[in-house]
Design a protein around this ligand. Structure first.
Ligand SMILES: Nc1nc2c(c(=O)[nH]1)N[C@H]1C(S)=C(S)[C@@H](COP(=O)(O)OP(=O)(O)OC[C@H]3O[C@@H](n4cnc5c(=O)[nH]c(N)nc54)[C@H](O)[C@@H]3O)O[C@H]1N2
Ligand SMILES: Nc1nc2c(c(=O)[nH]1)N[C@H]1C(S)=C(S)[C@@H](COP(=O)(O)OP(=O)(O)OC[C@H]3O[C@@H](n4cnc5c(=O)[nH]c(N)nc54)[C@H](O)[C@@H]3O)O[C@H]1N2
Ligand SMILES: [Mo]
Length: 572
């Protein structure tokens, strides 16, 4: 993020594009309500009438999968209305003429059928965004990220902020919100296949030299290759390129697309290790399970979406034979011939600070209690950076932003006669990602439980003879799931929405394994499906319960059998 989450309250305009904070991040949502109370204009573009649409000054119900067409036209409107910030463009950007060559073809009128948005409404929104004082923020989430053209869309959003001059000043710019409490942190710590901690590239010889020296190993020991992404593992197993997989804090058989196919692929691994705090469908397939400690049992540092480091401390002692994740890694490393001897997380953190210039000033002392530190924070004296790119100074070699434009491409799998509905997969308030945590909380399980819900427009339900609350069968070219229909006029016609946490109502049996070519992120927001009514609802209710009980006892049996077979747990 170029701004900070608290700072959102002081923006003049907040534009939400494919982000539903009231379900996904209630704290951010609250900031947006506060901003509105302080006079900010709110713009929402989302195919569903999300909660924030209700307080929006302008809400645009866009078609699923139209992002680049919409944003190109939005930028086109900014320029043709004479609202481009010529001074900012001249002083702080490169490539305007090339950029305009693409953008000029996209008028709000010419893409109306693709976006579904009335051209005058789009122009009004573009004026509101570009003229907002003192600043405007565009916030986006998975409505952008989980699309075929996701990186291209981010390029376009960043270029939009630049040409409108809505970046490089306090409380302005880009707010790509991250998912979990520490997605930002895992990127900060180099849990990406192309990066070391602190966004230092594995392909850069000077970077490898620096880390090799610090870790006391010959530089040849540090790979100069970009590794595989999670979404590449399955087919790489199939192709014989990957034989062993160490899966840490993920439940891919629940959360990756086309889950049945992935299960078939992962079953072919020679060695499959999982490290988790609960048994999941994925750990059930593993050869070795390392039980880690949960957030209440360990301490460390999280990074929030807005680059804020926060320390957290353990509340209770770990139970049984669980180890802290870092202790598991340390012991494994030591046994494999590279001894590691950290006493505590502070020692690890201090090494991170030494190796990452932008994090150096974020000491444990500064983060004591409710203290925090926001990177870039290059020195001990530095106060931290709520805002990035002050004065329009970017992190490129010439400190200028490179404007980028792309043509719109339609999503990979379009609806047709056989599968006429768009399947879009999203979040709900009560449960969290793979549901290993919230599903094991009795109170939350009481609020919502299997087989989950499939939200659809009443007209689409009526056309299929489906009533509210009935169990239905959803299916695609990949597979099927049973789920409970919820009829909701806030859902756009022609699309249905499922959340991805359910075992029986498992939308990832249906989703398509199609990846953005740059980020390798799956297109979870768009595939084709069909939904059928089920005649015998008594049978359907019973069948769902039977399937659920069966899966639960399979999980328990896996643990019991491993214990019985292995004697000591660490040998099992
Ligand atoms: N309760 C709860 N909170 C969570 C999570 C959870 O599982 N449960 N998960 C966490 C994680 S991992 C993440 S990443 C965040 C994600 O948080 P969000 O980004 O809010 O996630 P989604 O609900 O998946 O998608 C956001 C919006 O994109 C819209 N959308 C769909 N298609 C399109 C499109 O073509 N264009 C545009 N512009 N919008 C579209 C959807 O209608 C939806 O409202 O939430 C986090 N918070
Ligand atoms: N169809 C569809 N699929 C999606 C999405 C979608 O919108 N639609 N969203 C995608 C997104 S944005 C995300 S982020 C992923 C999330 O998918 P996952 O990362 O697979 O799911 P999580 O529930 O976030 O957590 C994964 C595991 O971490 C474990 N865990 C929690 N704390 C700890 C810990 O301290 N140590 C260890 N070792 N393990 C721990 C949990 O028990 C859980 O089993 O799902 C993706 N999948
Ligand atoms: Mo996420």
């Amino acid at each position: 993020m170029s701004c900070s989450i608290p700072g959102m309250e002081d923006a003049g305009c907040i534009f939400l594009f494919g982000y539903n904070p009231s379900a996904s991040h209630p704290i951010v949502s609250r900031r947006i309500v506060k901003a509105k109370e302080k006079g900010a204009k709110i713009i929402v573009a989302d195919p569903r009438v999300i909660e924030t649409a209700r307080i929006a000054d302008i809400y645009m119900q866009i078609n699923n999968g139209c992002n680049i067409a919409f944003l190109n036209a939005f930028c086109n409107a900014i320029v043709t209305e004479g609202l481009a910030d010529k001074k900012f463009i001249e002083e702080h950007t490169n490539g305007f003429d090339e950029w305009w060559k693409v953008i000029k073809e996209y008028t709000p009128e010419s893409v109306r059928d693709i976006t579904g948005v009335d051209p005058e409404t789009m122009r009004r929104a573009a004026r509101m965004y570009a003229t907002a004082q003192p600043s405007a923020i565009v916030g986006w989430g998975m409505g952008v990220a989980q699309q075929k053209q996701n990186v291209a869309t981010v390029h376009t959003l960043a270029s939009m902020a630049c040409i409108a001059g809505q970046i490089g000043k306090p409380n302005s710019g880009l707010a790509p919100v991250r998912g979990q409490n520490n997605v930002q942190g895992s990127c900060d710590m180099g849990m990406l296949p192309n990066l070391y901690p602190g966004y230092q590239k594995v392909e850069d010889p000077a970077v490898r030299e620096k880390f090799a020296k610090a870790w006391g190993v010959p530089v040849e020991r540090l790979s100069d290759h970009v590794g595989y992404r999670l979404t590449d593992v399955g087919h790489n197993v199939e192709e014989g390129k990957v034989h062993a997989f160490y899966n840490f804090g993920e439940d891919p058989l629940q959360t990756e697309p086309d889950a049945q196919d992935l299960k078939r692929q992962l079953s072919k691994l020679d060695l499959f290790i999982c490290q988790d705090i609960f048994m999941t469908q994925t750990t059930m397939l593993a050869d070795v399970v390392f039980p880690g400690t949960a957030w209440g049992e360990h301490d460390g540092v999280f990074t929030a979406s807005d680059r804020t480091f926060q320390r957290f401390t353990a509340a209770v002692e770990p139970k049984g034979e669980c180890w802290h994740d870092w202790q598991v890694f340390q012991e494994l490393s030591t046994r494999m011939g590279y001894p590691m001897h950290y006493e505590n997380t502070k020692e690890i953190w201090d090494e991170v600070r030494e190796m990452c210039p932008n994090f150096y000033g974020a000491t444990y002392e500064k983060m004591e209690g409710v203290g925090h530190a926001q990177w870039p924070i290059p020195t001990i004296e530095h106060p931290g950076s709520p805002d990035m790119f002050p004065g329009g100074q970017f992190t490129t070699p010439d400190h200028r932003a490179n404007l980028m434009a792309h043509d719109w491409e339609h999503p990979t799998e379009l609806p047709d006669e056989e599968y006429p509905l768009i399947l879009c997969t999203v979040r709900e308030v009560g449960h969290y990602s793979c549901r290993s945590m919230t599903g094991n909380c009795r109170a939350l399980a009481l609020l919502a439980d299997e087989p989950g819900e499939i939200h659809m427009n009443p007209a689409d339900a009526e056309a299929r003879g489906i009533s509210d609350g009935e169990i239905v069968r959803a299916h695609s070219r990949r597979g099927e799931a049973m789920s409970r229909a919820v009829l909701d006029p806030r859902i756009n016609k022609g699309a249905v929405y499922m959340t991805y946490q359910w075992w029986i109502g498992k939308c990832n049996n249906l989703t398509l394994h199609s990846l953005d070519s740059r980020s390798h992120t799956p297109e979870d927001k768009f595939s084709a499906c069909q939904v059928d009514a089920i005649e015998d609802q008594v049978w359907a209710e019973q069948h769902v319960q039977e399937l659920y009980e069966e899966l639960k006892s399979q999980l328990a049996d896996t643990v019991d059998n491993a214990m019985a077979a292995g004697g000591r747990r660490d040998e099992a």
